[in-house]
Design a binder for this molecule. Structure first.
Ligand code: ATP
Ligand code: MG
Length: 566
């Protein structure tokens, strides 16, 4: 899918790396994933993790996990823990290289003094708003701060007093002295330090001045000896600034390469927006199975293998694009098809009474666990006089081409017998509440001696053996595919899908599902892939999340495109 691959099938980043190794510019590849701990990781971050870790592994190099924790007001320990868990779950191994930008605060401070001494940084008394005003616009140059020409001595003294806590929040900043007329706005004397009397999740109250992200990021990569700093396109305009800092300091210079962010249809991938969904209660939390977060996907039933497969298929490029959510679903379906055990569950039960079946008889029939994997073996499922089928599998007056159960029609009950509908019982509202059938004792296991064929095969659950379970069905969180291109005045919250969650509290499952553990995955015949939810433990009954349906819309579209020569 990615556009910029060469004949060896390598993307543009791997081509650059090959070149750097060949020219001797670098010997060993070193990458990192640098999250800011201000939210949970989402599938876009997975793209970055798979890219960075994937490259380190392929080239026999190293991979670091580093928290860019420069902003104490939005960062929390909870986020750090969740990020560590998610990166580990995805299978990216940082070995003993878990770092924090906050570990470098002292070094960064020393370097700031170095720039002051070189006359390349100054303490500025303008407020945040004034700084913005003085900055100019894309078409107009900025104006120099009246504090720009303070002496080195004065700057050093003020900066040290800033650190010592002599000034209130926002009273002063340290700014790089570059060029207020630079066409690149990032070069117009950017802020390096701001005063913030705020406790930091790791450094506590040691600091009351905090380095800006821009002043921290490049130097952190340099300290760690990162050879290729891979980041998303929005940092392209920051690269000249990072280069400037590294050159002024004369320290090791990693190479920054930008790639396009991942966007997925029918969802948002921005921590700010995801936080809004959590805070407004639209979802139950960061790990709500509808969220595109790693924690949400995991709870929904996604596997690390499926996410890796997805990231490999989308590839990397410099061009922004919107990936259809159907591709992600295709990847998990593919993976679960191979590993998920098959089970029978009836979501909306309708009772079927088999009149010619002995009253108290119970048969335990053999059922294969996974037709894709013989080693998964078989299990026994019970059959008796009363069974439940799916309400939608019966119609009293069916339309043409309806091959399921209706009066006079014969169908197969999966793994069991052929049954023929003979009669229905209705309640006072005229709704069918019971279906009467007869069965053919010779059709045990699903075939008959006379080779008679039936068009419909239904799943079922034996009435007296059925286990009540809760099933949660999901749809996309948003009703429109592209949330980055909304009409004026509209907000992503205006496009919430009111039907993104449907809870079925009283579904019935075959007895082998009575004892399941959170995280276990199954295919419910004809209904989709399901994963046991963590609420199973608190609600004291099995709770299943539908991961995906069985209908592969993405594969269907691909087939159609191929046929039409696309
Ligand atoms: P968000 O916009 O979701 O808040 P962010 O870029 O602010 O994301 P960071 O914690 O700074 O989040 O991201 C860590 C790394 O993940 C960065 O290198 C960033 O470029 C990358 N990243 C973030 N979002 C995506 C995405 N949608 N696709 C690919 N990479 C991403
Ligand atoms: Mg960021």
């Amino acid at each position: 899918m990615s556009e910029e691959v060469d004949r060896t099938g390598k993307d543009f980043i791997r081509q650059i790396i090959d070149g750097d190794l060949k020219s001797g510019k670098v010997k060993k590849i070193h990458t990192r994933f640098p999250p800011e701990p201000n939210g949970y990781l989402h599938i876009g971050h997975a793209k970055s993790i798979c890219l960075n870790y994937g490259i380190a592994k392929e080239y026999g190099g190293k991979f670091n996990l580093r928290f860019d924790d420069t902003n104490p007001s939005k960062e929390e320990a909870e986020y750090v823990e969740s990020i560590i868990e998610d990166v580990r779950w995805l299978g990216a191994d940082w070995e003993d290289r878990l770092f924090y930008a906050s570990d470098y605060f002292e070094q960064l401070y020393e370097w700031a003094e170095q720039l002051i001494k070189k006359g390349k940084a100054y303490v500025c008394d303008l407020s945040a708003e004034e700084i913005r005003e003085y900055r100019g616009t894309l078409t107009e140059p900025g104006r120099e701060s009246p504090y720009r020409n303070r002496s080195v001595e004065e700057n050093l003294d003020l900066f040290r007093r800033m650190r010592a806590g002599e000034f209130p929040d926002g009273a002063k900043t340290l700014r790089a002295k570059i060029d207020m007329a630079a066409p690149n706005m990032n070069m117009r004397d950017p802020v390096m330090y701001r005063i913030l009397h705020r406790k930091h999740h790791r450094t506590g109250n040691k600091w009351c001045i905090y380095p800006s992200y821009d002043w921290t990021h490049g130097q952190s990569d340099s300290i760690e000896g990162i050879t290729h700093s891979l980041c998303t396109l929005e940092f392209e305009d920051h690269r000249p600034l990072y280069d400037w800092f590294l050159e002024q300091l004369g320290i090791y210079h990693p190479q920054q390469i930008e790639f396009a962010r991942l966007n997925i249809s029918h969802t948002v991938l921005s921590k700010r927006k995801l936080l809004q969904l959590v805070e407004t209660g639209v979802v139950s939390g960061w790990d709500d199975p509808r969220m595109p977060t790693i924690a949400g996907l995991r709870r929904r039933g996604y596997t690390p293998e499926a996410i890796w497969d997805f990231c490999e298929r989308i590839g990397v490029s410099k061009a922004d694009s919107l990936v259809d959510i159907g591709l992600l679903e295709h990847c998990i379906r593919d993976d679960l098809n191979r590993r998920a055990l098959r089970r029978m569950v009836v979501l909306r039960p309708l009772k079927v009474i088999i009149d010619n079946y002995p009253d108290d008889k119970v048969e335990w029939l053999d059922a294969v666990n996974n037709p894709e994997d013989e080693s998964a073996g078989t299990r026994k499922i019970p059959f008796s006089k009363e069974v439940f089928i799916e309400r939608s599998d019966f119609m009293e007056n069916p339309p043409k081409k309806y091959f399921r159960l209706y009066p006079g029609n014969e169908v197969r009950l999966k793994h069991a017998y052929y049954i023929t509908c003979t009669d229905v019982v209705k309640n006072e509202r005229g709704e069918v509440v019971e279906v009467h059938c007869t069965y053919d004792p010779e059709s045990r296991g699903g075939g008959t001696p006379d080779g008679r064929r039936v068009r419909g095969t239904l799943h079922f659950v034996s009435a007296k053996h059925g286990v009540p379970v809760e099933v949660r069905l999901y749809d996309t969180l948003f009703t429109v595919p592209d949330l980055s291109n909304l009409p004026e005045g509209k907000d992503f919250m205006d496009y919430l899908n009111p039907n993104s969650l449907e809870v079925i509290e009283n579904a019935l499952a075959e007895p082998s599902l009575s004892n399941v553990k959170p995280g276990e995955k199954f295919q419910f015949l004809r209904l989709g892939y399901f994963c046991v939810d963590k609420d199973t433990e608190t609600l004291k009954k099995p709770v299943f999340n539908r991961t995906v349906t069985l209908k592969d819309t993405w594969a269907k579209i691909q087939r159609k495109l191929k046929k039409n020569g696309g």
